[in-house]
Design a protein around this ligand. Structure first.
Ligand code: SAM
Length: 204
């Protein structure tokens, strides 16, 4: 079973938008308690045992993916996912995640991050946008050209600044609302596909 109802939102969005492919590398931000990570591990086949991946006897040629999950809070380990406890808004968060990836670059950055509600709509919106922006900072550090970014935003969608940044850096940007999130009426996701690649001035 899945650890969160949120897992069904990712399943639904992925069924429609095909983000998680066998062999894919995924970063899951705001991963606790681990439902999205469970979905990502299964779909990219990050839990295939050594030698079981189709193709290579050592598993290297097979479609074995990777999932790196991060959250402020600890989670019970998700088999197949590497977990890091960190604050995504910390300046070093991108560096920490990149170090864990080694030379690998990422196909999809997922963010289901949300701060606990203040009950004040505008404050909540600003906070979720700040988290989506922090996720985009990280995405720009780790994504492969052609990669994708999927992040939770609230009703009203992404802010103008976030949208402009996404439109500049990705080929396609759209809002998506999974049916599984109809109970959270204020919840919408922004999906950006076709990452154009790092800015030439940005040193690795
Ligand atoms: N997708 C998850 C799942 O399926 O299990 C549910 C994620 S839950 C809605 C949002 C998570 O975002 C919380 O676990 C929270 O700790 C995390 N979060 C909020 N702010 C964060 C930050 N600054 N850095 C890392 N994680 C953060």
């Amino acid at each position: 079973g899945y650890r969160s109802r949120a897992a069904f939102k990712l399943l639904e969005m992925d069924d429609k938008h095909h983000l998680l492919k066998p062999g894919g590398v995924v970063v899951d931000l705001g991963a606790a308690p681990g439902g999205w990570s469970q979905v990502a591990v299964a779909r990219v086949k990050a839990d295939v045992g050594e030698g079981e991946a189709s193709g290579g006897k050592d598993g290297k040629e097979g479609p074995r993916g990777r999932v790196i999950a991060a959250d402020l809070n600890e989670i019970e380990p998700v088999p197949g996912a590497a977990f890091m406890q960190l604050d995504v808004t910390d300046a070093e968060a991108g560096e920490t995640i990149r170090a864990a990836l080694g030379s690998a670059r990422v196909d999809v950055v997922l963010s289901d991050m949300a701060a606990s509600s203040t009950g004040h709509r505008q404050t909540d919106h600003l906070r979720v946008i700040a988290l989506a922006e922090a996720a985009l900072d990280i995405a720009e550090d780790v994504l492969k050209p052609g990669g994708a970014y999927l992040a939770k935003v609230l009703q009203g969608g992404a802010s103008g600044d976030l949208l402009n940044r996404l439109r500049k850096n990705f080929a396609k940007v759209a809002h998506v609302k999974p049916k599984a999130s109809r109970q959270d009426s204020s919840e919408v996701y922004v999906l950006a596909k076709g990452y154009r690649g790092e800015a030439p001035t940005k040193a690795f």
